[in-house]
Design a protein around this ligand. Structure first.
Ligand code: GLA
Length: 384
């Protein structure tokens, strides 16, 4: 955890609001494999990381609630009885959405002040939004003794994203950010929320995240469209979700749906199988197999599900050509954001240098690099 960030937030809060805050930390997440399977009741394989959002929060002594996003130096004030989504409201909608969803459960909160900041890149596939949602709901739960369970909190976070940010996201990000455990990843069955925790020891390999530093503008509407497509195919199949679809079942309705929709649904069926295979590969310490599955996942996301972009494809193709990297794929919603790579530790530095040069040459943009440690989920932190 970032001690400087925590200290800075605490000091800022005390200077601004003249009281001591409660501090929460909610991590971002990676996802080893299982892209766009969560809202299809399928399997995902995420882990919380050691980077995320820190929120400082305390009751207000007026009826006004103030929110401050320290990283972008923006402030918003509101009244608890007058909350609605803000057009292009960005971070504000995540926080307001949490407040509104808590109120919808019948629980009462009082006016509060909040300052938050983070050390994960925003909107780039590491779930900064889920981290913000979780840090706020966790803080409010503690401050006002709301008695919400962690599971209730992640569904509040997810609903906030649906109703205030307008993204019909699945539950993976909020789950991983809340329930992450040090050194482990979580195989989550999104149909029944059953989780299997597995130790991740990649030996002489490690996880390298590369941020394309691009986010193509249609990312959110495309995301919602994919979800709608999957729901349409499910309605044609007459089943509950693509989780219970099979390739044979899809063949039976092939002439009732478009070729593009057929390919997308097939991707989901195949990706679900890959997640289980990846889980077994990790348990058997078969990193080579894990790597192959990551490349296959990316191919499906690119060619069948159609959510990649040139920048992500470039990074994954580069990885494929390098013997140092055993697997790579795009991560998160797509259309920009990050790629996850599994790379031999001793080649990390030269690989970063090579990719940085090649990427800048091709796109005239500097990509950025993160190595991450798998970490514990959302929690209260003691000031340092
Ligand atoms: C975003 C969403 C998740 C999930 C991923 C794609 O991160 O928030 O629910 O659907 O995209 O795997």
């Amino acid at each position: 955890m970032n001690k400087d960030l925590i200290e800075r937030l605490k000091l800022n809060f005390e200077t601004e609001f003249k009281t001591k805050p409660i501090l929460t930390f909610a991590p971002g997440r990676i996802n080893l494999i299982g892209g766009h399977t969560d809202y299809n009741d399928g399997f995902v394989f995420p882990a919380a990381i050691d980077k995320g959002i820190v929120a400082a929060i305390q009751e207000s002594n007026t009826n006004i609630s103030s929110l401050i996003a320290i990283d972008v130096n923006e402030r918003h004030e509101f009244l608890l009885n007058d909350i609605s989504p803000i057009n292009n409201g960005g971070w504000k909608n995540y926080v307001l959405g949490i407040v509104s969803e808590i109120q919808k459960t019948g629980r009462t909160i009082k006016p509060f002040n909040l300052i938050f900041g983070g050390d994960i890149p925003r909107g780039s596939g590491l779930s900064s939004s889920a981290a913000l949602e979780n840090s706020v709901v966790f803080g409010l739960n503690e401050l006002f003794q709301l008695g919400l369970s962690k599971k209730e909190m992640i569904f509040i976070s997810q609903k906030a994203e649906h109703s205030f940010a307008g993204v019909q996201c699945g539950i993976m990000d909020q789950y991983a950010s809340m329930f992450g455990k040090k050194h482990t990843a979580i195989l989550l069955d999104c149909e029944n929320m059953e989780a299997s925790i597995v130790n991740i020891d990649l030996g002489d390999h490690e996880i390298l995240i590369i941020n394309t530093e691009v986010k193509h503008s249609l990312a959110e509407s495309e995301y919602n469209e994919r979800r709608a497509t999957c729901e349409f195919v499910v309605s044609q199949l007459g089943i509950n979700s693509l989780r219970s679809a099979s390739n044979d079942g899809l063949l039976l309705i092939k002439d009732k749906i478009s070729e593009a929709d057929y390919k997308k649904a097939r991707y989901v069926v195949e990706e679900n199988n890959r997640v289980i295979q990846a889980f077994n590969a990790i348990k058997n310490n078969d990193l080579e197999q894990l790597g192959k599955l990551l490349f296959a996942s990316h191919k499906g996301l690119k060619q069948q599900y159609n959510v990649s972009c040139n920048e992500l494809d470039f990074l994954v193709d580069y990885a494929k050509k390098s013997s140092e990297v055993i697997g790579a794929r795009m991560m998160g919603g797509g259309f920009g954001g990050c790629a996850i790579n599994i790379i031999k530790k001793k080649f990390l530095e030269p690989y970063i240098n090579d990719v940085a040069k090649a990427y800048a040459q091709k796109f005239n943009i500097d990509c950025s690099f993160y190595t991450v440690n798998l970490s514990d989920g959302t929690r209260i932190i003691k000031p340092i």
